[in-house]
Design a protein around this ligand. Structure first.
Ligand code: DP6
Length: 355
């Protein structure tokens, strides 16, 4: 599919002057991490990534639109987050709307009010930009659907993912449930750098019902935004090897997902998570996202796994929080252990599922 097909070409259209659309979008947690993007091209990743969408963790967005009275060709935006006006979100949202207006020229004919809320703390390391940008992209596509009655579902989702990517890379994976791939990979048919696709191959049943328990170690907004971290990969000493290893891990994961080897799966995702943090720790300037309690949790998981032989593994996002992944069959014992042994390291525990 050529990206030109995403440009909205119809100059004349009819739509009610005022209206609103609402969409919900789930956050996602990457197993193979997107870390590094081209510095000259817009939002093009330097390696392919794969994530699970998360069940209880989502953003709901209502996009209210009013058509300009006169031909104006520019939009205004007001944004409300959890009922309060949030002017600090405006620059990012304006950038996003300007970027996507090349593909959705009708946006220039409206003024917008965005009302949005999350079911989780924003800027805590849980990817709020992923679910919020994808919810917004879905809302924009709902408007486009009002303009083009013949819009097909497949195109709707592909373009939503394409637009979401222009807001935040990982957001393009939040358009679909389940395992989702973004970034061209030679072994994954249909994978590309412009929009995400549902993982197209066989998945063993053990990977279809995973529990995701998120340990919130730090609720404060991160000091180093991931968008800055990505760019540091362009001059990172170990970048080339990292991109090679991510792509190699994708090949390994394809066969792990088919065979159903949970231990291999767990070791791969822990290695990916620690590699992501190693990259940030060895960039220039260097940063540390982990907190002492991140390490306490990791060490406890390793000890518990050794003693109990349970299938529990961790992954990390761009922050201090820890995502624990384990099969639903083992939930009862593992969750009991989490609350008894890990609760003291956390500010909050969020129970979720990969779906
Ligand atoms: C560590 O998607 O937040 O979560 O494209 O600059 O918005 P931008 O970055 P973002 O990066 C996410 C990085 C990650 C890994 C991942 O989700 O793949």
């Amino acid at each position: 599919m050529k990206i030109n097909c995403f440009v909205y070409k119809n100059k004349k259209y009819s739509i009610d002057k005022n209206g609103e659309v609402t969409r919900k979008s789930h956050s996602n947690i990457a197993l193979i991490k997107y870390w590094g993007k081209h510095n000259k091209k817009i939002q093009i990743p330097l390696n392919s990534s794969i994530s699970y969408s998360l069940k209880n963790i989502y953003t709901v967005t209502r996009l209210i639109y009013h058509k300009h009275k006169k031909e104006k060709k520019n939009f205004s935006i007001k944004i409300f987050f959890s009922g309060k006006e949030k002017t600090s979100f405006l620059p990012k949202i304006f950038d996003f709307f300007h970027r996507i207006s090349f593909y959705c020229s009708y946006l220039l004919d409206f003024n917008f009010i965005i009302e949005t809320y999350n079911t989780f703390p924003h800027s805590s390391g849980i990817a709020s930009s992923a679910s919020s940008m994808s919810a917004l992209a879905l809302c924009v596509m709902e408007i486009e659907k009002k303009l083009v009655s013949s819009l097909e579902e497949d195109f709707f989702l592909k373009k939503a993912s394409f637009l979401a990517r222009l807001g935040s890379g990982s957001a393009c994976r939040s358009i679909y449930p389940g395992l989702v791939v973004w970034g061209n990979h030679k072994s994954i048919k249909g994978s590309n750098d412009f929009y995400a696709i549902p993982y197209p191959y066989k998945i063993h049943t053990i990977f279809t019902k995973l529990v995701n328990t998120i340990l919130i170690i730090d609720e404060k907004p991160k000091k180093i935004l991931s968008s800055k971290g990505h760019l540091l990969m362009n001059s990172h000493l170990y970048a080339k090897e990292r991109f090679k290893s991510a792509n190699k891990n994708m090949d390994s994961l394809i066969s792990i997902l088919k065979i159903g080897d949970f231990q291999e799966f767990g070791e791969l995702i822990e290695h990916e998570a620690l590699t992501l943090h190693a990259m940030i720790m060895t960039s220039r300037p260097y940063f540390l996202w982990m907190k002492p309690n991140t390490i306490n949790v990791i060490q406890s998981v390793w000890d518990f796994r050794k003693e109990s032989k349970k299938n529990i593994y961790f992954t990390l996002d761009a922050g201090a929080n820890v995502h624990l992944l384990y099969p639903i069959e083992e939930k009862k014992i593992i969750l009991k252990w989490i609350y008894s042994d890990l609760f003291s390291f956390c500010k909050k525990i969020i129970e979720s599922f990969c779906y």
